[in-house]
Design a protein around this ligand. Sequence first.
Ligand SMILES: O=C(O)CCC(=O)C(=O)O
Ligand SMILES: [Fe+2]
Length: 318
Amino acid sequence: MTSVEIAKVDFLDFVSGDAERKEKFVQEIGDSFAEIGFVIVKNHGVSKELRDKLYEASKKFFELEDTIKDQYEIESLAGQRGYTGKKKETAKGSEIPDLKEFYHIGQNIQGENTEGYPENIWPSEVAEFKTYGEEVYKTFEDTGRNLLKAIALYLGLYESYFDSKIENGNSILRLLHYFPIENTDEIEDGAIRAAAHEDINLITLLMGGSAEGLQAQAKDGTWVDVNPEPDEIVINIGDMLQRLTNNRLRSTTHRVINPRKELLHTSRYSTPFFLHPKSEMDLTCLKSCISESNPKRYDDTTAGNYLMERLKELGLLK
Ligand SMILES: O=C(O)CCC(=O)C(=O)O
Ligand SMILES: [Fe+2]
């Protein structure tokens, strides 16, 4: 059995202005997304300084008492903004809640057309949370737009194909904390940090797993460790892009496993950015991805309807 390689690429190759480097980048990420659904990217645009600042702010928030954090959990928002408490989210198909808590920051558009986008919630105890959260959100929107340009080229579409579809899209920045477990009696048998799941959105940009644990499932079922360097981010394909490309690009199942017993009492922090389009984006499978050997696998739908369906499955929307 050959081991599966997740491509490591340099984002500067895509924006270098050198056609050959650009073409190589497109091919490498596309092939890796088609094979394992993941790539690792360096020089992605979020500076070390900004990364560190967001991490500090996140740490400061999650170290607050649960009773304070609970004030930022607003049930009517279905987890789309603000805090979601410990052991609340259960992966699709799993019975046991994940060992995590998280905070969601969403799209912030000024003026008209804010329909469907609830306002963000900011914790008054950690003022920097808003400053750095918004800055990382914007940077990831830019990096994500560029990565989608590369993906469009790989698929034979025009480079800016996704631009209008993701402008002011419904993306979410998730500050995640896998909390320390002092005593294994506190956790249900089989509970892990994040049970096996697929992401719902177009692509995910994941920053700064402060500890190991992320694994992606290869086609043959084996679990592959995903361990980027601190200055790299992990990109993976979500279900919306898998659907649009009729499975040509893979939305790979992934999970975060628990550390060994001696390290269970330590935290793990990470920050995924779930890049979503606007709700009206048509997710009908691309004609170029349908063939006799790969017949159309999905019914036509829009991003908005698909998201509702998935949130209901997660028990977040009634
Ligand atoms: O924490 C990680 O490394 C991955 C998180 C993840 O997969 C998710 O929140 O969807
Ligand atoms: Fe995920």
